[in-house]
Design a protein around this ligand. Structure first.
Ligand code: MF3
Ligand code: CO
Length: 256
């Protein structure tokens, strides 16, 4: 069952998502050459307190493990779920994704951006542009009467011509009272397949795109996902509301 949100739910979801986006926007300014990913994670903790929300990732359970960070911060060949570290100092040429999920008044807002540090190669800039384009493309298919497969297939069709890898082991997802709700939203698939989309559904759409092979592995910390070939990867995510008409991107920052 894919939850359909009531008007009351949506009022809170909108706030949760705006807060998640604002925290992320502020973190994008923190992420500079010379700053450690630990510093970014600590800043996230402080910003969340400032906006009266808490991290949905902190102590998130996976088997016996509990996620130790407040956000996921993944550098270069780290695809997703990177953990802030004092030893990881950002340097020119790095590509950094920050995945911010917050809980506000019982609802989750989930979003991710990828930023570039200093002088970055044209090939990496292209990777980010294509991932961003793929997300826009996926969002544009989050229409009532469409199916989840329409989102998935449109992302795949957008990415394929560039020859990049599409990570298959992790997907977008429904989001609301829980960070991960039905449906799963793969970044590849077939048009016209999968669950029907209806107004009131809130979806986290999040392409994870690699410059080389799509093959990944999980590191020794039990969380960090790396590209097998250690080439860079990119991850961008929005929480989106399916409406009667055009999709509404909920994770847009407030003025601050
Ligand atoms: N926010 C992530 C997502 O986009 C999940 C975070 S997993 C955690 O689905 F382990 F870091 F919590
Ligand atoms: Co997500």
């Amino acid at each position: 069952m894919i939850p359909v949100k009531s008007d009351r739910d949506l009022r809170i979801m909108r706030q949760a998502c705006a807060i998640a986006a604002t925290v992320l926007d502020k973190l994008c300014r923190v992420a500079q050459e010379g700053v450690s990913t630990w510093d970014i994670d600590q800043a996230a903790k402080e910003f969340m307190a400032e906006y009266s929300c808490r991290s949905a990732s902190y102590h998130y359970r996976w088997g016996k493990l509990r996620y130790p960070g407040y956000i996921c911060v993944s550098v270069n060949d780290q695809v997703i779920h990177g953990i802030g570290s004092r030893d990881r100092i950002l340097k020119s040429g790095d590509i950094v994704s920050m995945d911010v999920s917050v809980i506000y008044q019982g609802f989750v807002g989930d979003n991710t951006r990828t930023v570039l540090i200093g002088d970055v190669g044209a090939d990496v800039k292209k990777l980010v542009e294509v991932t961003d384009g793929a997300l826009r493309e996926g969002i544009s298919h989050a229409l009532p009467g469409n199916r989840v497969g329409d989102i998935s297939a449109s992302i795949e069709a957008y990415v394929r011509p560039h020859g990049y890898g599409i990570v298959e082991e992790f997907t977008g997802h429904g989001v609301g009272r829980n960070m991960h709700e039905e449906p799963q939203i793969p970044n590849y698939g077939r048009y016209g397949t999968g669950p029907l989309l209806k107004p009131g559904m809130t979806l986290a759409i999040e392409p994870m795109i690699t410059m080389g092979s799509r093959e990944i592995y999980v590191g020794d910390d039990g969380w960090t996902v790396y590209t097998a070939d250690h080439k860079p990867s990119c991850h961008i995510e929005h929480t989106v509301l399916v409406t009667d008409a055009e999709p509404e991107i909920l994770t847009l920052p407030m003025d601050y």
